[in-house]
Design a binder for this molecule. Structure first.
Ligand SMILES: CC(C)(COP(=O)(O)OP(=O)(O)OC[C@H]1O[C@@H](n2cnc3c(N)ncnc32)[C@H](O)[C@@H]1OP(=O)(O)O)[C@@H](O)C(=O)NCCC(=O)NCCS
Length: 215
């Protein structure tokens, strides 16, 4: 995405949105510098299962450890959810071989509020390279520009420092602590609630979106 665009009044950006947020009919494939964000297919079940079964990945999530067959069901659930315009989950794949190394997307979607929740996970051997920053930044850009969101939110376990750092890096603000919010393998723990408003979002992609909206 290229940079561009002058200074735009925040109120103008918001007033240009349609009244409600909208979901696409066709699954949107997105491209970032080193990554492709594409629909998760039945063939991804093995790769997804491999990192979902890693304790470093499931440690802070409330998702139960799944078999490959259950991951296949999850893929179908996301496909159905997209068709019903309820949620959208991308496979994060390396550009050169297309292999799924992570996943991310909008889990819940409130069109009237133009608001959605993001979730994400990355195979641990790919941590520490900025790949999820790149991928989530792309998904945020898509959410503000194409889904016409006003707010993107995320909750993360208070011990999940990597997840909190990722959100802060992308400009999310901590809005509060949700007490005893999530049951994580039998332990109910506190969660941080983060939010990012379209007018707070700082990135070259944001500038491009604003300039396109501005004509
Ligand atoms: C949350 C999660 C995706 C974060 O992964 P991550 O590797 O820390 O995040 P990124 O891919 O954006 O990489 C950031 C790291 O790369 C570094 N980096 C290198 N180049 C970078 C670049 N161009 N841009 C940003 N960061 C870069 C950063 O300094 C940071 O380094 P650090 O590990 O020393 O902090 C990962 O920990 C995960 O999958 N956890 C398990 C699942 C989970 O917790 N999901 C969220 C539930 S709410």
């Amino acid at each position: 995405m290229k940079c561009g665009g002058g200074k735009v009044d925040k109120r103008e950006v918001v007033s240009e949105f349609s009244e409600h947020s909208v979901m696409p009919d066709e699954f949107p494939t997105l491209e970032a510098d080193h990554l492709v964000l594409r629909e998760i297919t039945p063939d991804d079940a093995g790769d997804w299962h491999a990192y979902l079964s890693d304790p470093r990945v499931y440690e802070y999530t409330s998702t139960p450890v799944m078999s490959v067959a259950e991951v296949s069901e999850l893929i179908q659930w996301f496909a159905d959810g997209f068709r019903k315009k309820k949620r959208i989950r991308w496979a994060l794949a390396e550009s050169e071989n297309g292999r799924m190394i992570g996943d991310l997307g909008y889990n819940e979607f409130w069109p009237r509020d133009r608001r959605a929740t993001v979730g994400y996970g990355l195979a641990p051997e790919y941590w520490g390279r900025g790949l999820m920053t790149e991928a989530l930044g792309t998904v945020i850009g898509y959410g503000f520009a194409e889904l016409r969101l006003n707010k993107i939110e995320a909750t993360t376990n208070v011990q999940n420092e990597r997840s909190a750092a990722l959100l802060r890096r992308l400009g999310f603000q901590l809005e509060g602590t949700l007490r005893e919010h999530r049951n994580r393998r039998g332990v109910v723990g506190d969660a941080w609630f983060f939010g990012l408003l379209v007018r707070e979002w700082v990135s070259p992609a944001r500038d491009q979106i604003r300039s396109e909206r501005d004509g």
